[in-house]
Design a protein. Structure first.
Length: 155
């Protein structure tokens, strides 16, 4: 019984050795596969660039699509609360945002502490936004209530 195990072990070793020899003969050595070619100047070139971009009569794909100079205003115009409606309130874990819309359809996202024309926003509730406005030295409270709109109803 011991002799048959030894014979089986030798056959497995021989078969493994033959498999390794066959596998190594099929593999191309790395040095042959990546031999760099040399140019006339004597520098090594690893590979050829085989792509071509026909740019004749086409725009540069890396040029900006925006033309002209960007002029930034130093001060953004403040929202006039007398000409906007409160159309929504967004509540997060830590903050609330009021969604305002003017008669032209422009929307504004405001939060407590944001400046508005002649004042600032002091509170945002579930369906109201309150601001403190100062005109001619008099400070007053100004409250916007949420506008109820039907589906598809526009201003």
């Amino acid at each position: 019984m011991r002799a048959s195990k030894l014979k089986l072990h030798r056959l497995n070793s021989i078969a493994l050795g033959v498999a390794v020899l066959l596998a190594s003969a099929a593999v191309v050595p790395v040095a042959q596969a990546t031999v760099p070619s040399t140019t006339k100047e004597g520098t090594a070139k690893l590979r050829e660039n085989s792509y071509y971009y026909g740019a004749f009569n086409r725009r540069d794909p890396f040029r900006s699509l925006i033309e002209g100079m960007f002029i930034r205003d130093t001060m953004m115009e403040l929202v006039d609360l007398t000409s906007v409606e409160l159309v929504g309130v967004v509540r997060g874990e830590l903050d609330r945002f009021a969604l305002l819309e003017d008669e032209k359809g422009f929307t504004y996202i405001m939060r407590v502490g944001d400046r508005v024309r002649s004042g600032s926003i002091v509170s945002i509730a579930d369906d109201t936004m309150t601001a403190r406005l100062t005109t001619f030295g008099q400070t007053s409270k100004f409250t916007l209530h949420m506008v109820e709109r039907q589906q598809g109803d526009k201003r």
